[in-house]
Unconditional design. Structure first.
Lengths: 225, 437
C-alpha cells in the first residue's frame, strides 16, 4: 500500500474530489485547463520561432512558460515531443515539427477508475484539410439562387467547387447549359444526361446543345457568427 | 555546314519554360467563364491596359494603351480593375501544380516558371514532350488557364521555345533541332541580349541567333564579357544556368515604389506617398530581419525620368523613425514645385542581417532598443489586424486620398463580394468564382 506522501500529487487531486462527490466536474476541468495551458505554450514557442527564426533554448522556454527549473522544462519538452510538436535533430537541438495547433480529435476516455488520463492524440486534421482535397483545383462560389435549397444549399452560402474531380451521377455540379450557368444534381444514365434541382419551384433541365461542367461541389459552408 | 546541328546530344538536360498566356486577363476569364472568348482587359483603375486577353489582342489592343483608345478600337471590350489577390492565388497554385511533376521549380515571375525535368522520363514512363503536355493539360483543367511552354536543353533555349508559338503552344527543341529554331531568330530576341548588344552584334555582321551561336570560342571571348559567353554556351545547348529553387531569403536591396493616378504636384500628397514607400520597405526589411546602410529616394516625372538621391546612413536600420529625418531632407532637395509627379519610390540597399548591427559610441542604444520594441508592437498589430493598421502620420494622406482616383477608381469584384467572416483586409485564400447560381 503506497504511503500518502509518495502518491503522485495529481492523483491526489482526483482522490479528494472523489471523496467530496464532485468527481466528474473537477476531472473535466483539470483536463481542460491542462490542455489550454499546453496550447498557450505551443503558441508562445511558435511565435518565438516565427519572429526570431530559430527555436528557443531550454532557458528561454522556461522563461516563456514560467517554469523555474530545467527539469520542469525538460518534462514539457518531452511532452511536446510526444505530441509531435517538436523533435530533436542529430545534434540534440530542438526543431519544430508542427506548431500550428489544429483542432484535436480526442480519443475515448476510459470509463471506470480515472487514472490521470492522457488525451489520446490521434492524427489531427485541420478544417482546411477536411474540406479541401485538391487544393490547387478548389474554388469557392457564393450562392445567390435557391434552386438547391432542398439539398441544404441556401442563398448566401459558400460552396467549394473542385475542378479536378470527374462528375459522377448524383454529384452536385456547377455547369453551363445552353449558355446559362447553374448548380444542380447531375443525373447521368449511360448517354442521357439531365440536371435536377432540389426545389419544386424549378424544373429539371435537359441540355439541348452544350453542357460544360466547371466543377463538382464538394462542400457547403454557412457561417452564423 | 549551315545545316549541321549544333550538338549531337538530344536531351542531356530537359528544361521547361512555362509562360501563362495573357495571365491577368486569363485569370479573370477563369473565374468568370462568361468572359471566355471575349476581349477582356485589366488595369481599369490605372486608366491603361495592364493585360489584354488574346481576343482583345486580336482586335489590336496592346498593353499600355489608354482606356479611351481601347473604347475606340473595340467598344465591346470588357474592362476590369486589377485583382492582384486573385492573380497571386492563381500564380501560387500554378507553381504548386508544377511541383507535383518535379521538385526543381523556379518561380521566375508571377506567370513564368522554369522546371527541370531531367531524368523524369523514367518515373513518367514517357518522353519529355509527354510530361510537358501533361503539365499543360493539368494547369488547364485545374486552373482554367492556358499556358505556352518551351522544352529544351537550356534555359535560354526553353525561353525561345515558349515564345515560338503562343497561345497554348508547346515547342520542343531537342539538341539536333536547335539550329533550325535559331536560323531565322533575330539576335535581339534572345534572352540576355538587349538592344545595345544587338546593335553591336549587327555591326559585327551577326544578325541571327544561329550566326551568334556558330561563332567560335575565341571570337566570343575576344568581343564579349562573361554573361554573353554564358548566353552563347546556352544557345549551343550547353546548360550554364541551373533551375534554382531557392525562395528569396536574402536581398541585395529592397525597392518599394508606387505609381499614383492622376499625377500630382501636391507636396503633402507626394511626400505621403514617399513616406508610405519607406514604411513598406522597412516592413519588408524587418520581415527578413535585415537592416539597410543606404537609402535612395526618387520621384518620377511625367516623362518617366526619375530624380532622386542616395543617403548613406551612420548605422544600419529598418526603422522608419530613424529614417524620416534623412527622407525629409532628401525630399526637399529633390522636390521641384509646379512639377507633376507620377510615382515615388524608395530603395533600401547595403542590407545586412539585423543581428549583425553593431552600435557605435554615438548611438543612443537605449533609444534604439525602445524603437525596436515599438516596431515590434507595430508588426504584431499588422499580423493581427492587417498591414498599415498603425502608420506614421506623414503617410496618412495616402489613406484619405485613393491611390487611383476618378471613375476608374474601381475595386475588384472580389473585394466587394465578401463572405461572412471576411473583411476589407482579410479574405479566404481561395479564388472566388464569379458565376451566378
Amino acid at each position: 500500500m503506497p504511503k500518502p506522501n509518495s502518491i503522485n500529487r495529481e492523483l491526489r487531486k482526483f482522490l479528494s474530489p472523489l471523496l467530496t462527490g464532485e468527481r466528474s466536474f473537477t476531472y473535466n476541468e483539470a483536463v481542460e485547463i491542462r490542455e489550454a495551458r499546453l496550447r498557450a505554450r505551443v503558441n508562445e514557442i511558435a511565435r518565438f520561432y516565427d519572429e526570431k527564426g530559430r527555436m528557443p533554448s531550454f532557458s528561454e522556454i522556461g522563461e516563456m512558460a514560467g517554469l523555474r527549473s530545467k527539469n520542469a522544462v525538460s518534462k514539457l519538452v518531452t511532452r511536446l515531443k510526444e505530441l509531435k510538436v517538436l523533435e530533436k535533430d542529430e545534434k540534440g537541438r530542438l526543431i519544430p515539427k508542427s506548431l500550428s495547433s489544429p483542432v484535436k480529435v480526442m480519443g475515448t476516455v476510459e470509463a471506470g477508475w480515472p487514472s490521470p488520463a492522457e488525451e489520446e492524440l490521434l492524427d489531427t486534421l485541420s478544417l482546411d484539410e477536411l474540406l479541401i482535397q485538391n487544393r490547387e483545383a478548389t474554388f469557392m462560389l457564393k450562392v445567390t439562387g435557391d434552386s438547391m435549397s432542398g439539398a441544404g444549399i441556401l442563398p448566401g452560402d459558400m460552396v467549394l467547387v473542385d475542378k479536378h474531380l470527374t462528375a459522377k451521377n448524383g454529384d452536385i455540379i456547377i455547369a453551363e447549359v445552353d449558355g446559362q450557368w447553374t448548380m444542380k444534381y447531375l443525373k447521368k444514365r449511360g448517354d442521357s444526361v439531365a440536371l435536377l434541382p432540389a426545389n419544386p419551384k424549378y424544373a429539371p433541365i435537359k441540355p439541348k446543345s452544350e453542357l460544360r461542367i466547371a466543377g463538382v461541389v464538394t462542400a457547403v459552408i454557412r457561417k452564423y457568427k | 555546314m549551315q545545316s549541321q546541328p549544333l550538338t549531337i546530344h538530344s536531351w542531356p538536360r530537359a528544361i521547361l519554360h512555362l509562360d501563362a498566356d495573357a495571365f491577368f486577363a486569363s485569370c479573370e476569364q477563369a473565374i468568370n467563364p462568361k468572359l471566355k472568348g471575349k476581349p477582356v482587359i485589366t488595369g481599369k483603375e490605372r486608366g491603361i491596359v495592364a493585360a489584354a486577353s488574346y481576343e482583345a489582342k486580336a482586335r489590336g489592343i496592346e498593353r499600355g494603351m489608354r482606356l479611351f483608345e481601347v473604347k475606340k478600337l473595340c467598344p465591346e471590350a470588357i474592362m476590369l480593375p486589377s485583382d492582384y489577390e486573385t492573380y497571386s492565388l492563381f500564380s501560387l497554385r500554378m507553381f504548386e501544380i508544377l511541383r507535383r511533376f518535379s521538385p526543381i521549380v523556379e518561380e521566375y515571375s508571377i506567370d513564368e516558371a522554369f522546371v527541370d525535368l531531367t531524368g523524369l522520363r523514367r518515373s513518367f514512363h514517357g518522353p519529355y514532350g509527354l510530361i510537358a503536355q501533361k503539365i499543360q493539360e493539368t494547369i488547364e483543367t485545374e486552373l482554367g488557364l492556358s499556358v505556352s511552354a518551351g522544352l529544351s536543353l537550356t534555359k535560354v533555349l526553353a525561353k525561345i521555345g515558349s515564345k515560338h508559338r503562343k497561345p497554348h503552344g508547346l515547342t520542343l527543341i531537342p539538341g539536333r533541332d536547335i539550329h533550325l529554331h535559331l536560323k531565322s531568330l533575330p539576335v535581339e530576341k534572345v534572352w540576355g541580349i538587349g538592344p545595345n548588344t544587338a546593335a553591336f552584334l549587327n555591326k559585327l555582321g551577326i544578325r541571327t541567333a544561329l550566326e551568334f551561336a556558330r561563332k567560335d570560342e575565341n571570337f566570343i571571348k575576344k568581343y564579349f564579357s562573361k554573361p554573353f559567353r554564358e548566353t552563347w554556351d546556352e544557345l549551343n545547348g550547353r546548360s550554364v544556368y541551373p533551375v534554382t529553387t531557392e525562395s528569396k531569403s536574402d536581398y541585395q536591396s529592397i525597392c518599394k515604389s508606387k505609381t499614383f493616378t492622376p499625377p500630382s504636384a501636391d507636396k503633402t500628397f507626394v511626400y505621403a506617398q514617399l513616406s508610405k514607400n519607406l514604411e513598406n520597405a522597412c516592413i519588408k526589411a524587418r520581415r527578413y530581419h535585415l537592416a539597410a546602410k543606404r537609402l535612395t529616394l526618387f520621384l518620377r516625372k511625367q516623362d518617366f525620368r526619375d530624380e532622386g538621391l542616395e543617403i548613406r546612413l551612420s548605422s544600419p536600420t529598418a526603422y522608419p523613425s530613424q529614417l524620416f529625418d534623412a527622407l525629409r531632407r532628401g525630399f526637399e532637395r529633390v522636390w521641384r514645385p509646379g512639377t507633376l509627379y507620377r510615382a515615388s519610390g524608395v530603395i533600401m540597399a547595403g542590407l545586412v542581417p539585423e543581428r549583425n548591427v553593431q552600435y557605435t559610441l554615438f548611438d543612443n542604444v537605449a533609444r534604439i532598443e525602445r524603437t525596436a520594441r515599438v516596431y515590434g508592437a507595430v508588426d504584431s498589430l499588422s499580423r493581427k489586424y492587417g498591414k498599415h493598421t498603425v502608420m506614421h502620420a506623414s503617410s496618412l494622406p495616402t489613406k484619405i486620398q485613393a491611390q487611383h482616383e476618378g471613375e476608374r477608381g474601381d475595386t475588384p469584384h472580389r473585394k466587394t463580394n465578401l463572405f461572412k467572416g471576411e473583411n476589407r483586409r482579410q479574405r479566404l485564400g481561395v479564388p472566388m468564382m464569379d458565376i451566378e447560381v
